[in-house]
Design a binder for this molecule. Structure first.
Ligand code: NAD
Length: 289
């Protein structure tokens, strides 16, 4: 069993990006600049945004964090997005999701200039992804592809089962794994909350990508020997064993399934750090344009 070490791989990618930024800047080029909008004070969102800002500093990017109150109107939020769209110094914009229920997330996503949409959520970038055209791939799926690539996981001709059909992970992941690319060329089954006989399907998976957000949902009786597991799930649960009082758990019962796996991602330290690394990669790409 090989651990797909997202933390180490993400650090390698960040070092590569930092070197590139140094060389761009020393030849008089522009410092890449990522802007993030955070609405409200949700603990998990704060953690994610702070990690992104910290990662920008680490690779030599500029970053701007715009905090808006929980009750900000949709109009004011859209105005903020428009301001950033027009700011030529800013290369990438992310709006941390989820947004409060009075805001239409899709409207906000659609308002972001596709050229600055480094999260890769804009409908036109999703369309380009489906057509295999150059674009910003959604950061989490892109991070998974990068992990599979860097660990030389064979995907061609394999049966890839994806659990979860969210716009940001499951759906794009199912499309990417079926494209005629490497990684890719899988036969893909996309499963979701209405899927019947999930266990029968997961038992035939060569590659299992799990993104549903239920702690330790995948158990050993759902797997075949030699499976490669990508655990996207991150759930914060209270813990009296950590300094913060929280710990992160994945969707896979890691300790009890790892002996069956060819490859497996840990939580934390798997997909999470890769997501941030790919966000930086997309921002660098935008800046170079
Ligand atoms: P979501 O929360 O929007 O949706 C969950 C999906 O799971 C739905 O499509 C639903 O159909 C499916 N589902 C629910 N119950 C099911 C069942 N019993 N069987 C099969 N499918 C079922 O999905 P999301 O936003 O992709 O988040 C999923 C998890 O991934 C969460 O824990 C989230 O925190 C995590 N996440 C991690 C990263 C990262 O960088 N590591 C990024 C995004 C999301």
């Amino acid at each position: 069993m090989i651990i797909l070490d997202g933390k180490k791989t993400a650090n390698d990618i960040k070092e590569e990006i930092a070197l590139e930024v140094t060389s761009i800047v020393s030849s008089g080029g522009k410092v890449p600049h990522l802007s993030a909008i955070l609405v409200g004070t949700d603990g998990a969102s704060e953690t994610y945004v702070n990690a992104k800002v910290k990662a920008c500093e680490k690779v030599g990017f500029k970053s701007t964090l715009i905090r808006l109150s929980e009750d900000v109107s949709q109009e004011d939020l859209l105005a903020e997005v428009e301001k950033i769209n027009k700011n030529s110094d800013i290369d990438g914009l992310i709006v941390q999701l989820p947004l409060p229920s009075h805001v239409d997330e899709m409207k906000v996503t659609e308002a972001i200039d596709p050229e600055k949409d480094v999260d890769g959520f804009h409908p036109s970038n999703i369309g380009r992804m489906v057509l295999n055209l150059p674009t910003y791939l959604p950061a989490t799926p892109a991070g998974i592809l990068e992990l599979l690539k860097r660990y030389n996981v064979e995907t061609s001709g394999k049966h890839c089962v994806v659990i979860g059909r969210s716009h940001i992970v499951g759906s794009p992941m199912s499309i990417l794994m079926g494209r005629n690319t490497n990684p890719g060329n899988c036969t893909v089954t996309l499963t979701h909350s209405r899927t019947k006989n999930l266990q029968e399907i997961t038992k035939t998976a060569d590659i299992l990508i799990v993104a549903l957000g239920r702690v330790e949902f995948i158990t050993s009786d759902m797997l075949k020997d030699g499976v490669c597991i990508i655990d996207v799930g991150i759930t914060r649960v209270k813990s009296d064993k950590t300094k913060s009082g929280w710990k992160l758990l994945g969707d896979v019962d890691f300790e009890n399934v790892k002996h069956m796996c060819s490859f497996i991602t840990p939580v934390p330290g798997g997909v999470g750090p890769m997501t941030i690394a790919m966000l930086l990669k997309n921002t660098l790409l935008s800046s170079k344009k």
